[in-house]
Design a protein around this ligand. Structure first.
Ligand SMILES: Cc1cc2nc3c(=O)[nH]c(=O)nc-3n(C[C@H](O)[C@H](O)[C@H](O)COP(=O)(O)OP(=O)(O)OC[C@H]3O[C@@H](n4cnc5c(N)ncnc54)[C@H](O)[C@@H]3O)c2cc1C
Length: 480
């Protein structure tokens, strides 16, 4: 048995939802598009799972956070897909793909064929077993990637209020889950091998601010070591974690956030892979012209840095999904994806945003004992990255803008003393001399002077709208 569609989106996460919306905006006909997802619900805003979903009071629940509510757009409920003639094939895992024949085989034995495939399979959480530790099956050892995982965490949290949790891993998932556990009155110890939290992004100074804040909320940190084993009770429940440094921590629950791996296995040997993901061009098209890849699974050219990267963040998943659909539906009008990486997180009452790249020399600014501080990264004489905690709408817009312009920086001490006011000044009146100095790989920034103001204004509007949305998203929709 089998069905055929013009367009098939494989995966039903963030990127799938945004791609579906874009298809309808560009005039897809009823019956042409199908989304296949192993999850049993329509695409939703995954970041909600480690934030509002875990709150003890009035937690966020579907349908409140179906995509594309995260972009202040329509909330795509199953009814929406039906009304738009989009087939949702839910609870269905694809077990093999044949890109030469343009077919997918589902676990139910159905063959689904396509003209164009968008791979949006995201990533899976890495398991402890992959690091030689057994125990992931214990009922109180939790991971967090999808709704089932989040429901499991909620159930375990309810059963151990006032108890002890160990959070393994000091990245996004660890930090956000630790905050939610504390808010639910569970004692939290975070364990990670590095010397600081968020080691891939934070500087030691920034990390130290967040760690101190977490400590003020009662969180304990055990750094520089890893989990070596669990002690289990006779019911197979973890009662303690043993660390490689010899410590033993009694537990009522464990949350593991030790990284993710992109879901590429269906396409290995069929498509070119790079950086752990499916390699695509600026149109999000893979080495097979009928197959596009978007979201966490896609390794795409990041123009501003002149290199291929795979990002694991929601903003890029949303935007590259829409770009792929534009390239599919209106190829002649669609250029290459031009994206400035943007990440954010919210924990407790804190909220930060990061734009660009964290390479080169770091210049911190602001009041690290107060509410608003940040950092710039300067590489090869240009500002390439900006971080800000506790900013206003205008301030986030300013750091987004300054990062997209990649201005030349001659004096790091001056940048430090000007701090956030530098970004604010640039966003109000970008100096042409800096713009014309920018590397050709920058985002539309090597400009002839007469064109300069137009491009700069467009840049301000673009950066402003990205940051305004992010600000709105952060402040008004804190729960997810
Ligand atoms: C708890 C959590 C919190 C997060 N918070 C933030 C945040 O605050 N800020 C931020 O920038 N990013 C955050 N992220 C990251 C962000 O959610 C991801 O970057 C984004 O979801 C990627 O979208 P995607 O569509 O590529 O993948 P996903 O949203 O993961 O969707 C992939 C989909 O494909 C399905 N699938 C995979 N393989 C198959 C198969 N063989 N057959 C059928 N279906 C399949 C999966 O079940 C899933 O539905 C968070 C992620 C998580 C898990």
């Amino acid at each position: 048995m089998g069905r055929a569609f013009v367009y098939v989106i494989l995966g039903g996460g963030v990127a799938a939802g945004y791609a579906a919306l874009e298809f309808t905006k560009r005039g897809v006909s009823h019956g042409e598009l199908c989304i296949i997802s192993e999850e049993t619900v329509a695409p939703y805003e995954r970041p909600a799972l480690s934030k509002g979903y875990l709150l003890p009071e009035a937690p966020a629940r579907l349908p409140a956070f179906h995509t594309c509510v995260g972009a202040n757009e329509e909330r795509l409920t199953p009814k929406w897909y039906k009304e738009h003639g989009i087939e949702l094939v839910l609870g269905t895992r694809v077990i093999s793909a044949d890109v030469r024949r343009r077919t997918l085989l589902t676990a139910a034995g159905e063959t689904i064929s396509y003209k164009i495939l968008i791979v949006a399979t995201g990533a899976r959480a890495l398991k402890l077993e992959e690091f030689g530790v057994n125990g992931s099956d214990a009922e109180n050892v939790c991971y967090l990637r999808d709704l089932n995982d989040a429901n499991r965490i909620v159930d375990v949290m309810h059963s151990c209020s006032g108890g002890n949790a160990v959070v393994i891993g000091g990245g996004y998932i660890g930090m956000e889950c630790a905050a939610s556990l504390v808010i639910s009155k569970i004692n939290v110890t975070m364990v990670f091998p590095e010397a600081q939290c968020m080691p891939r992004l934070f500087t030691p100074k920034i990390a130290s601010f967040y760690e101190d804040y977490y400590k003020s909320k009662g969180v304990e940190f055990v750094k520089g070591t890893v989990l070596s084993s669990f002690d289990m009770d006779s019911n197979g429940k973890a009662v303690a974690v043993n660390l490689r440094d010899g410590k033993r921590l009694p537990v009522d629950m464990v949350v593991v956030g030790i990284g993710i791996r992109p879901n590429t296995s269906l396409f290995e040997g069929q498509l070119t892979l790079e950086k752990g993901g499916i390699k695509v061009n600026g149109k999000m098209q893979s080495s097979n012209s009928s197959v596009y890849a978007v979201g966490d699974v896609a390794a795409f050219p990041v123009k501003i840095f002149s290199e291929t990267r795979r990002l694991e963040h929601v903003d890029s998943a949303r935007k590259c999904a829409r770009h792929a659909v534009a390239a599919i539906m209106e190829p002649e009008k669609t250029g290459d994806f031009d994206y400035v990486p943007f990440f954010y997180s919210r924990v407790f009452t804190l909220s930060w945003q990061f734009y660009g790249d964290n390479i080169g020399e770091v210049v911190h600014f602001g009041d690290f004992s107060g509410n608003t501080f940040g950092a710039y990264w300067v590489n090869k004489g240009h500002l390439v990255g900006s971080f800000l905690e506790g900013g206003t709408k205008e301030e986030y817009a300013a750091i987004a803008m300054v990062t997209s312009l990649k201005p030349a920086i001659e004096d790091l001490a001056e940048l430090e003393s000007r701090g956030l006011s530098y970004a604010m000044a640039i966003s109000r009146e970008p100096p042409p001399s800096q713009v014309t100095n920018v590397d050709v790989s920058g985002p539309s920034l090597v400009l002839e002077k007469p064109m300069y103001r137009w491009h700069a204004t467009a840049g301000v509007i673009l950066a402003g709208s990205v940051a305004a949305f992010a600000y709105w998203y952060g402040r008004r929709r804190r729960r997810w």
